[in-house]
Write a protein that binds this ligand. Structure first.
Ligand code: GTP
Ligand code: MG
Length: 393
C-alpha cells in the first residue's frame, strides 16, 4: 500500500514527508524544490495489543512507544503540480506517472495563504483555488488516458456494460483501478447505456468519478501554525463540506520529531504534548513554546499522524492484524508480538493465513482469536487490531 503526497509547489509536501519519515530530503521556500520523487517509510499509529496482555512488545518493523504501536507504510513525496500539468506543463506528465501506483492521496494545501497558485510567496491567497486546480488536473489526467482508446473501445464495446468495464479497467490497470471500481462508478452515474453516445462532458464526468474512486483523497490543511490559517480553514469547510479536511503543521511535527530524536524532549508522534528532558537554550525553549501554544493546544496535535491514520484506516479501510496466540505472544526468539500487518478491508482469517504464508493458507484448519480465545473459521472477517493464531494441518 502506497500513500502519495501531492499538491501545488511550496505547500510543505517534503516537510510533511520528512516529518513522517525523518528521511533527509530537500525543503525550501521556492517552487519545484523537489523534482524526483522521494520514497520512504512512514507509520500509522494504533493502540498496541501488548497493553491488553500486560506486556511490552518488540516490533521487528516500526516501533512502540507507551503502548502505541507504529506500523510501517510506504510514503511518496513528489514534485509540485501546477495548472496545465496534465498537458505537460511544469514537471507535468512524468510527475503524474510517479503517482500511478498510489492507493490514496494526501493533498497538502497551504492554509496560511502565503503561496500563490504556482507556489511563489505572496499574501492572502485563498487555498480553495488550489484544491479545484489540482483536482481538475487529476481529472484531465484520467480523461486523457481514457481518450487515447475511447474511439476504439466505445465502438468495439457497442458493447454490453460488462465488457466496457473490463476494457476500462484494463486501460487503467497501471493506475491500480480494478473492474469492481469501474462497475461501481457506472452504477452511481446516470449515463447513456451506450458509451459511444456519451458527450465529451459525460466522458469527463466518468473520468472524474473513476479518479475519486480509485485514488481517494484527504486534504491536509498545512501551515496551520500561521495566524491566517483559521480563517482559511473556516472558508474551506464551508466551500467543501463533503471533503475530508484536517489541519496540520508539518513544520511543527518535524521540529518535535527531531528534538525527540536527539533526546531533548519525550514526544510520542500524534500526541497533544511533549516533555522537556534536557537543558535547552532560550531559542529552543521559545520555539517549543510556540509550537505548544500555536499548534498543540489549538489543534490537539500537529495533525501529521492523524492525517496518515485517516488516509489508511478511514479512507482505505485497512486493518492492522497481529499474529498472536493467547498463551504465546512471542516468536521462537522470544520477541513479543514482533509483527503487525496491514490488510485490505474485507480480509478474512483465510486471507490472513495466505498473507503469512501460502502453506498456512493451504493447510488452514482454524484460527484462534488471541483476545477472546474463541475459535473462528476461514470466513471470519478480520477486525482492526485483531490478534490471530492460525492453526494448520
Ligand atoms: N509556517 C509553516 N511553514 C511550513 C510548514 N511546512 C512547510 N513549511 C515551509 O514551506 C516551504 C516549502 O516547504 P517544502 O516542504 O519544500 O514544500 P514542497 O511542497 O515540498 O515544495 P516543492 O517540492 O517545491 O513542490 C518551506 O519554507 C517550509 O519550511 C508548516 O507547517 N508551517
Ligand atoms: Mg518538495
Amino acid at each position: 500500500m502506497l500513500v502519495g503526497l501531492i499538491g501545488k509547489p511550496s505547500v510543505g509536501k517534503s516537510t510533511f514527508f520528512k516529518a513522517a519519515t525523518l528521511a533527509e530530503v530537500e525543503i525550501a521556500s521556492y517552487p519545484f524544490t523537489t523534482i524526483k520523487p522521494n520514497h520512504g517509510i512512514g507509520y500509522v499509529k494504533i493502540d498496541c495489543l501488548d497493553k491488553e496482555f500486560n506486556t511490552q512488545c518488540n516490533p521487528k518493523h516500526g516501533f512502540c512507544l507507551e503502548h502505541k504501536r507504529f506500523v510501517p507504510i510506504d510514503l511518496m513525496d513528489v514534485a509540485g503540480l501546477v495548472e496545465g500539468a496534465s498537458e505537460g506543463k511544469g514537471l507535468g506528465n512524468q510527475f503524474l506517472d510517479d503517482l500511478r501506483q498510489a492507493d490514496v492521496f494526501i493533498q497538502i494545501v497551504d492554509v496560511s495563504g502565503t503561496t500563490d497558485i504556482e507556489g511563489r510567496q505572496t499574501e492572502g491567497h485563498y487555498p480553495g483555488k488550489d484544491i479545484l486546480m489540482l483536482e481538475n488536473e487529476l481529472d484531465k489526467w484520467y480523461y486523457n488516458i481514457l481518450m487515447k482508446v475511447w474511439k476504439t473501445f466505445a465502438r468495439k464495446t457497442e458493447m454490453e456494460k460488462l465488457k466496457f468495464s473490463e476494457a476500462v479497467a484494463k486501460q487503467f490497470s497501471g493506475l491500480k483501478v480494478d473492474e469492481d471500481q469501474v462497475k461501481d462508478v457506472l452504477r452511481k452515474l446516470i449515463l447513456p447505456e451506450r458509451p459511444s453516445t456519451w458527450k465529451d462532458s459525460q466522458v469527463m464526468e466518468f473520468a472524474s468519478a473513476l479518479r475519486k474512486k480509485s485514488k481517494p483523497m484527504i486534504i491536509a490543511a498545512n501551515k496551520c501554525d500561521h495566524p491566517d490559517a483559521s480563517e482559511n480553514l473556516k472558508k474551506l469547510g464551508n466551500e467543501f463540506p463533503d471533503y475530508l479536511i484536517y489541519p496540520c503543521s508539518a513544520d511543527s511535527e518535524l521540529a518535535l520529531r527531531q528534538a525527540a530524536k536527539v533526546g531533548m524532549i519525550d514526544y510520542v508522534p500524534g500526541s497533544e504534548s511533549f516533555v522537556i528532558k534536557s537543558d535547552l537554550n532560550e531559542k529552543q525553549k521559545e520555539a517549543l513554546e510556540k509550537i505548544k501554544s500555536n499548534v498543540l493546544e489549538v489543534y490537539k496535535g500537529t495533525g501529521v499522524q492523524e492525517i496518515l491514520n485517516l488516509a489508511v484506516f478511514d479512507l482505505l479501510g485497512y486493518l492492522a492484524i497481529f499474529p498472536a496466540s493467547a498463551n504465546k505472544l512471542g516468536d521462537s526468539k522470544g520477541n513479543i508480538l514482533p509483527d503487525c500487518f496491514l490488510l485490505p478491508p474485507g480480509s478474512t482469517a483465510l486471507d490472513f493465513a495466505y498473507y503469512l504464508h501460502t502453506d498456512f493458507g493451504k493447510n488452514f484448519i482454524k484460527a484462534i482469536d488471541a483476545k477472546t480465545k474463541r475459535i473462528v473459521g476461514k470466513e471470519y472477517k478480520l477486525k482492526n487490531r485483531d490478534g490471530l493464531e492460525i492453526v494448520t494441518r
